[in-house]
Design a protein around this ligand. Structure first.
Ligand code: XMP
Ligand code: MG
Length: 189
């Protein structure tokens, strides 16, 4: 879907597909330099990160292996609690490997910090983070993000993998969701 297909549901376009691709290309060049001669394993957390992962992987000029994890937050709170349960673990043993976690968005940072700790305990050769978006005003636990796309305002955004109630993931761009779409609900649910 194009951003224009959901015009009535969004208040502001943050990034078009082209802007996202151009930024990803810049990050890919840095990643190519940093991992030259090394074997890179891209790890994405389902489902939001699949768009970033597929675009980043294809932009890279060397072989990059991919693996996936699915996690869910414990507790009744709709906000990220930082207490995480693994729903689907990695297929690969990451001991001794160079791992790059690929994320769609860093909000509070709680989920990602938990993930870094979990993967670190498996003895990788290195572990770094590439995130397309970050909300600096929402961060509760700072995360060391080596490759960052853009810092964005603390508003609920959709598109390019990011959803509201599973909708809007397949939009070719990132936009702020209009409040009338989520009504009184907490959009982070
Ligand atoms: P943390 O633990 O960093 O959680 O608070 C990050 C996860 O929360 C979701 N999230 C969003 N999803 N638009 C979305 O569609 C947003 O603006 C947004 N902010 C956070 C997302 O799943 C992310 O991985
Ligand atoms: Mg979500």
């Amino acid at each position: 879907m194009e951003l224009s297909d959901v015009q009535a549901d969004i208040t502001k376009v943050l990034y078009t597909e082209q802007e996202l691709q151009e930024r990803l290309a810049v990050l890919a060049r840095r990643i190519e330099t940093d991992y030259e001669g090394k074997e890179l394993l891209l790890v994405a957390v389902l489902k939001g990160a699949v768009m970033v992962l597929s675009d980043l992987a294809r932009e890279l000029k060397f072989h990059a292996h991919m693996d996936f994890m699915a996690v869910s937050s414990y507790g009744a709170s709709t906000q990220s609690s930082g207490v995480v349960r693994i729903v689907k673990d990695l297929d690969a043993d990451i001991a001794g490997r160079h791992v790059l976690i690929v994320e769609d968005i860093i909000d509070s940072g709680l989920t990602l910090n938990w993930l870094i700790g979990n993967l670190q305990s498996r003895g990788p050769a290195s572990i770094e983070v590439c995130a397309m978006l970050r909300k600096p005003d929402a961060v509760k636990e700072p995360v060391d993000v080596k490759y960052l796309g853009f810092d964005i305002p603390n508003e609920f955004v959709v598109g390019y993998g990011l959803d509201f109630a599973e909708d809007y993931r397949n939009i070719r761009g990132v936009a702020v969701l209009a409040p009338h779409v989520y009504g009184g609900e907490d959009p982070h649910a």
